[in-house]
Design a protein around this ligand. Structure first.
Ligand SMILES: Nc1ncnc2c1ncn2[C@@H]1O[C@H](COP(=O)(O)OP(=O)(O)OP(=O)(O)O)[C@@H](O)[C@H]1O
Ligand SMILES: [Mg+2]
Length: 501
């Protein structure tokens, strides 16, 4: 067919101990959005890495516009007009936005000797405005950006290649609703221009909104390709999981008389946190809602001692405390699952077992520092089983796990730790729909055991379903705390956009 941009057939790919792809196929037409879905570890990212020259296939054929091609490396893919936004952000933290976008192809001046900073900064600004992305200062360092903003930079970068094929591996995982809408508009515009888009996402409701076709993968195998209009989301889910999924029960009732385990009073930090006060009860799940940039992560980081505060008081179990470092926070029984797992969440060079044991090492060492390897192995195996982490063994290095499975390992780490207060920042980001409900179940169980949880999430249905109360933030303030009976999407959105005069 003439409008077929890409066709992959019979693709096999194995890693030591893992058959990641078995006889997979996929094709992409010009001007379509083609979703690639499947559970964590199904092989989605791997298939797209084969198409973009990150990995070499063991068997199979790839055709680009009808011609069989060999894609030797990522540069070769780019030259063929194939561009990818990777699931794990790939930006250099200590370079600027502009430097990241034009890395390796910077315009130079003075006989090629000097990097033309002014030129790339200008080009970056033009690129952002051409794509209708919110303007950012091109000189800002990546390390100063939130995950959502970094994601925007990745998108701009991928689009700067003028690709005909654009692969988006979970582009919306770190975005809030407003930003997702902007992204969808960009996608529509690209589609009209004839760009073929591969769209990987665990957010099922997005599929109906923007995709034309859906390909389903399971356990490294190809299941089917269908027209989006011809199926229901329920049908897609059952093709993905091939079994019934656990329907999480409604959120638990909370005894209003239970004591506060955490009291936060008048936290202030520069312009990011303004007079933050709230209580967390024993056994409560407190949702923290708001738009990206509202200050939710900053609240978590302040409580966890990761950022210094200007003023304010914290008390844990009725005792006033001061927390100046994450180490002190952990000693007070506070755990924090960061939204940025790549930097704070896990050590990707270490294996699954070490990552799980890391935060609670004292549990596995006796008084003269001897590590009880056997116990560590047993606990790790339990976590892997409970969270259904897809890994050949617990001795696998975490960097070889799929994105969603890395996230499960980080969650497992904090579950093992036995904290009284757990702060989960976007815990289900990148997690497939089956595993999500397993995590909801675990959070409910923790709350039932009397642990207290602060859950930050950009997915309103998730916040509504899980929380006893919901604190909503806007521009560094808490604009309201809703009881679960009065909380609706509309009520939350209204508080989330309630700017102070
Ligand atoms: N470099 C590698 N070495 C070893 N195993 C790997 C490597 N890359 C991927 N795998 C394994 O291949 C399988 C498929 O992984 P892949 O990342 O493609 O999954 P995915 O469908 O993208 O999942 P997710 O939704 O979690 O991102 C997984 O079992 C993963 O652990
Ligand atoms: Mg993936």
């Amino acid at each position: 067919m003439s409008d077929m941009l890409v066709s992959m057939t019979g693709i096999d790919k194995a890693f030591p101990g893992v058959r990641a792809l078995i006889d997979c196929q996929f094709d992409l037409r010009a001007g379509e959005v083609h979703a690639l879905v499947g559970e964590n570890g199904a092989g989605k990212s791997t298939l797209m890495k084969v198409l973009t020259g990150v990995y070499q296939k063991d068997a199979g054929h790839i055709r680009v516009k009808g011609q069989e091609v060999h894609i030797a490396n990522t540069k070769a893919a780019q030259d063929m007009g194939i561009s990818i936004i990777h699931q794990e952000l790939n930006l250099a933290a200590d370079l600027t936005i502009a430097q990241n976008i034009y890395i390796g192809r910077e315009p130079r001046k003075y006989f090629n000797l000097l990097l033309d900073e002014r030129e790339i900064n200008e080009q970056t600004q033009q690129l952002f405005s051409r794509l209708n992305l919110p303007p950012m200062n091109p000189r800002t360092l990546i390390s100063e950006l939130t995950v959502a903003k970094q994601q925007m930079v990745e998108i701009a970068k991928a689009l700067s290649f003028n690709a005909e094929v654009l692969i988006m591996d979970e582009p919306t995982a770190a975005l809030s609703d407003a930003e997702i809408n902007d992204l969808f508009q960009i996608i529509q515009q690209l589609r009209t221009n004839g760009v073929g888009i591969v769209y990987i996402s665990h957010r099922m409701n997005e599929l109906k909104q923007i995709t034309d076709r859906i390909t389903v993968m399971r356990d490294g195998g190809y299941i089917d390709t269908v027209d989006t209009a011809a199926v229901t989301i329920e049908q897609i889910i059952s093709m993905m999981v091939g079994r019934e999924i656990y329907q999480s029960s409604k959120a638990l009732k909370l005894d209003e008389d239970l004591p506060n385990v955490l009291e936060v009073r008048n936290l202030n930090r520069g312009r990011v946190l303004k007079d933050i006060s709230f209580d967390l009860k024993k056994g409560e799940i407190l949702g923290l809602a708001g738009l990206v940039g509202a200050g939710r992560t900053e609240v978590a980081r302040a409580i966890f001692g990761a950022d210094p505060i200007d003023s304010g008081q914290l008390s844990v179990a009725g005792k006033s405390i001061s927390i100046n470092s994450p180490y002190q926070a952990v000693k007070q029984g506070i755990g924090y699952l960061s939204e940025d797992r790549k930097h704070y969440g896990c050590m990707v060079e270490m294996d699954v077992k070490m990552n799980i044991a890391m935060a609670s090492f004292h549990k596995f060492t006796n008084w003269f520092g001897w590590v009880n390897e056997k116990k560590m192995i047993q606990v790790s195996n339990d976590v892997v089983k409970a969270l259904k982490v897809k890994t050949p063994t617990i001795h696998q290095e975490v960097k070889y796990l799929s994105g969603g499975n890395q996230q499960k390992v980080v969650i497992g780490k904090w579950l093992t730790k036995d904290c009284e207060i757990l702060i989960f920042d976007e815990p289900t980001r990148g997690i497939d729909i089956g595993a999500k409900s397993e995590i909801y179940k675990l959070l409910n169980e923790l709350a039932e055991q009397g642990k207290s949880i602060i859950m930050i999430s950009s997915e309103l249905p998730e916040i509504l379903r899980m929380s006893h109360r919901i604190a909503v933030m806007c521009e560094g303030r808490i604009t309201g705390i809703l009881h679960r009976d009065e909380a609706t999407q509309e009520a939350i959105m209204s508080l989330a956009t309630q700017r102070s005069a």
